[in-house]
Design a protein around this ligand. Structure first.
Ligand SMILES: Nc1ncnc2c1ncn2[C@@H]1O[C@H](COP(=O)(O)OP(=O)(O)OP(=O)(O)O)[C@@H](O)[C@H]1O
Ligand SMILES: O=P(O)(O)OC[C@H]1O[C@](O)(CO)[C@@H](O)[C@@H]1O
Ligand SMILES: [Mg+2]
Length: 531
């Protein structure tokens, strides 16, 4: 604690003096150095953007002894999170929006319907949302995410999503395409539906669905599906994707040729990390060819493995659906003599589903995720703890994420069509090891293994995901009309934002073993460290 207070004192009680001459004063205290915020031209922006590529989130390159490091950090941050716009490369002019908010305010005055012009209905170009909202007093604070060694408070602003007063497309002339890539995820149909509704409200007449992911853009046998309100009206009532999904086969140049040949002006791409990487490459190629095409992503991954967002759509539903499997495993385990229930849940590299499902069920004794190494054998291993649970409780329930404990299972050395490693089956392996162990020590154990993998992702979105999908779908369309391209939509600290694609896929988002959430999970399961 002493060192923590010292760090606080150095940082806030005796700060360097610095006066900021920027439009927005970033620090709440005065500094005697003059840190001017430079006015950046487009060319400077581009130069800085290449510099930014080297400044990672950890800021290894920042000199924190420089009294103006915060100003520099924030300038760099602004550049990193600057949204690519079609006007960066094309001489285009905006026009007033056709997305009217007026008729939402009709009210009766003396029996007549009066329309009120809402002046605050649109999002201003300078509106921002804070990416990080906790001010840590010390790097030792639980879950502290620090930029400098003192863990100083640094505001990090990202662009607010929503309809703008000016748009960069003539809605009547727009052809919009929608494509869903990667694996299935609850809520895909909800997003498709909202994109179609919102496009129609702007006045778009030509909306097409591309079949089976990126495949639909290069396989000539797969025709476009015409989309309009009547087609999508009820699609949210079912899981899956109206358009179909696929992995692999993304030749960017061929895809951009196809977009060009079809005359698509806006493409809405729903998918995970791989899909976003593809979308960014499509955006860059369109830029290189000086095509006026807006490429907008909506992050779709039940694994919740996209950076910077509170959550991705489908995740909540997956966690909720996993409860059924966990509850069945629990009932089987409780009803059997020395019953052991084992549930394997999705999560290739991230254990969010397993962690949240364990937390919400309250029935899990052992949760194993890819981010936290564990031993199976030995005095601190999973099997020893299972023995203890059988001795003390008479039963036990485990939840394992598919990517956990990959060191124990045989490597497949193969990949799927998209290049994702095919994992060994940790669920089957654990089941066998548990059975073998209890046979060896001569203690009866009744092991029941449940793998609900595809059941939790093929269902329709629950209520909270349906709302998330609705807002993300609408904001995707607002982003396209605002002229952005190479962006994705997300929810940060409960506010909706636009983010440049590279920032959200720099790495897969994973569970931090030092986070409060993982500690809460451990508190709930009561499991020890398994190593
Ligand atoms: N680095 C990349 N560059 C271009 N395209 C890519 C890249 N990685 C993947 N893709 C393409 O994106 C599509 C989807 O990728 P992938 O199968 O990895 O799913 P995903 O979007 O990550 O979703 P999921 O969460 O279901 O895995 C595939 O058609 C794949 O070929
Ligand atoms: O069997 P498929 O369709 O390749 O999908 C499996 C993968 O999908 C994911 O849920 C990601 O969407 C991973 O957790 C899982 O490994
Ligand atoms: Mg992926």
């Amino acid at each position: 604690m002493a060192s923590a207070s010292l760090i606080y004192a150095v940082n806030f009680i005796n700060p360097p003096k610095c006066i900021l001459h920027s439009k927005r004063d970033y620090f709440s205290f005065n500094m005697s150095y003059t840190c001017t915020k430079s006015k950046t031209s487009q060319r400077q922006m581009r130069n800085k953007q290449s510099r930014m590529a080297t400044i990672a989130a950890g800021n290894q390159e920042m000199d924190f002894t420089d009294p103006c490091w915060k100003t520099k950090f924030q300038e760099d941050f602004e550049l990193r999170f600057n949204l690519p716009h079609l006007k960066d490369v094309l001489p285009i002019k905006p026009r007033p929006t056709t997305f009217s908010l007026k008729n939402r305010n009709a009210r009766l005055v003396n029996g007549a319907n009066v329309l009120e012009d809402r002046k605050n209905g649109y999002v201003n170009e300078d509106d921002r949302a804070l990416l990080k909202v906790i001010r840590y007093s010390s790097p030792t604070s639980a879950g502290a995410e620090c930029i400098d060694p003192d863990c100083s408070w640094v505001e990090q602003w990202v662009h607010r999503a929503g309809p703008r007063e000016e748009i960069f497309f003539e809605p009547g002339e727009v052809k919009a395409g929608i494509v869903t890539c990667g694996g299935l995820c609850p809520g895909l149909n909800d997003v498709i539906r909202q994109i179609v509704f919102t496009l129609e409200l702007y006045g778009v007449k030509k909306i097409v669905g591309i079949q089976y992911g990126y495949r639909g853009l290069f396989d000539r046998g797969l025709a476009e599906i015409e989309l309009f309100r009547e087609v999508v009206q009820n699609i949210n009532l079912a899981g899956g994707s109206l358009l179909g999904v696929s992995r692999g086969g993304a030749d960017i140049s061929e895809i951009v040729d196809s977009i060009q040949a079809r005359g698509i002006d806006m493409i809405f791409i729903l998918g995970g990390n791989g899909t976003h990487a593809g979308a960014n490459a499509i955006h860059n190629e369109c830029r290189r060819r000086k095509m006026k095409v807006s490429v907008i992503c909506v992050p779709k991954t039940i694994d919740n493995d996209i950076l910077l967002m509170d959550k991705t759509f489908g995740f909540d539903t997956a966690v909720e659906e996993a409860q059924r499997a966990i509850n069945s495993a629990y009932i089987e385990a409780r009803s059997a003599y020395h019953g052991i229930g084992l549930v394997k849940l999705m999560g290739r590299s991230s254990g969010f589903i397993a962690m949240h499902a364990s937390l919400s069920s309250g029935q899990i004794d052992i949760c194993l995720i890819p981010e936290v190494p564990f031993q199976i054998e030995g005095p601190y291993g999973v099997l020893r703890h299972l023995e203890h649970l059988i001795e003390t409780k008479g039963s036990a329930v485990l939840c394992v994420a598919e990517g956990a404990g990959q060191d124990f299972v045989e490597k497949t050395n193969s990949t799927d069509a998209s290049g994702n490693a095919r994992l060994g089956d940790i669920g089957v392996y654990l089941q066998q090891q548990i059975k073998k162990h209890f046979r060896r020590i001569g203690v009866p154990a009744d092991v029941k293994y449940i793998d609900p993998t595809y059941m939790i992702r093929a269902c329709r979105a629950n209520a909270s995901d349906a709302v998330l999908c609705t807002v993300l779908g609408q904001n995707a369309v607002h982003g396209a009309f605002a002229g952005f391209s190479g962006i994705t939509v997300g929810i940060c600290n409960s506010h909706y934002v636009y983010l440049p694609i590279p920032e959200v896929i720099a790495s897969p988002r994973v569970v931090d073993p030092d986070s409060r959430m993982w500690h809460r999970c451990l508190t709930s399961t009561g499991q020890p460290d398994f190593n």
